[in-house]
Write a protein that binds this ligand. Structure first.
Ligand SMILES: N[C@@H](CCC(=O)N[C@@H](CS)C(=O)NCC(=O)O)C(=O)O
Length: 228
């Protein structure tokens, strides 16, 4: 049965940019499950609230609704145990990656591209995004993103644990990819979809891993609209 996934989009419905939705998109591809993505906008509340969800990613597997990227990964692992595992080493340490990728990567990337994200939204979503994100950050979108040429240096430095890990093993999850890789890739795919700003220097060894992610699973991420 085809799984339906509500997936955040910009003014261009093909431009899918949520870091959390990318986690789920890669996890579904990893499990080799049929998926139909449903483009979703921030102001399209009714479409997911009628299912009992507040945010995306949200999936519908038949009658079963699951929301939240971590909960979806757990659901897929439990429901499709015969498919390639998302947690080759169990879930324990992956939980650390979950919170590290959110606190360091997602927050870090937001401070570098937030106004660019806004620029890619459908005009109907822009007032909500500006108001909610400016409240969250306590500054205007323009202020959040200003000084990013300096800020990106600290962001790159903060990626050292990821960079060094990937100098010793092919994937964050070890010898094969897993949900740990999907979580770390999400923020990069978010930026790729919405901003020409370069998060990584051209000679950063992290590019090798990121390129492998982009080309994995039939190139599901590479073929999505974005800045390369
Ligand atoms: N913890 C959630 C976070 C999901 C999330 O924050 N999704 C954002 C899009 S990136 C959303 O749906 N936001 C709705 C809103 O801001 O109203 C997960 O891992 O899925």
């Amino acid at each position: 049965m085809t799984i339906r996934m509500f997936d955040l989009c910009g003014a261009d419905p093909e431009r899918r940019f949520s870091p959390f939705c990318w986690r789920t998109r890669l996890a579904l591809a990893h499990k080799d499950l049929d998926v139909e993505t449903v483009p979703w906008k921030f102001t399209d509340r009714e479409a997911i609230e009628s299912l009992g969800a507040q945010k995306v990613p949200t999936i519908l597997d038949g009658e079963k609704m699951v929301t939240d990227s971590w909960a979806i990964a757990e659901y897929l692992e439990e429901t499709y145990p015969d498919r390639p595992t998302l947690f080759p080493n169990g879930k324990g340490e992956v939980n650390f990656i979950r919170w590290w990728s959110e606190a360091v990567m997602t927050v870090g990337v937001a401070s570098l591209i937030l106004k660019d994200v806004y620029d890619h939204l459908d005009p109907v979503d822009q007032p909500y995004f500006r108001e909610s994100r400016e409240k969250r950050f306590g500054r205007t979108l323009e202020e959040v993103q200003s000084g990013r040429d300096k800020g990106v240096k600290a962001f790159r430095q903060a990626l050292t644990p990821l960079r060094v890990t990937l100098q010793h093993q092919q994937w964050v999850a070890g010898s094969s990819p897993g949900f740990a890789d999907h979580m770390c890739a999400g923020p990069f795919l978010w930026a790729r979809a919405t901003s020409p700003f370069r998060l990584l220097e051209a000679d950063d060894s992290l590019n090798d891993w990121l390129n492998r992610i982009l080309d994995s699973y039939g190139g599901v991420a590479r073929s999505a609209p974005g800045y390369d």
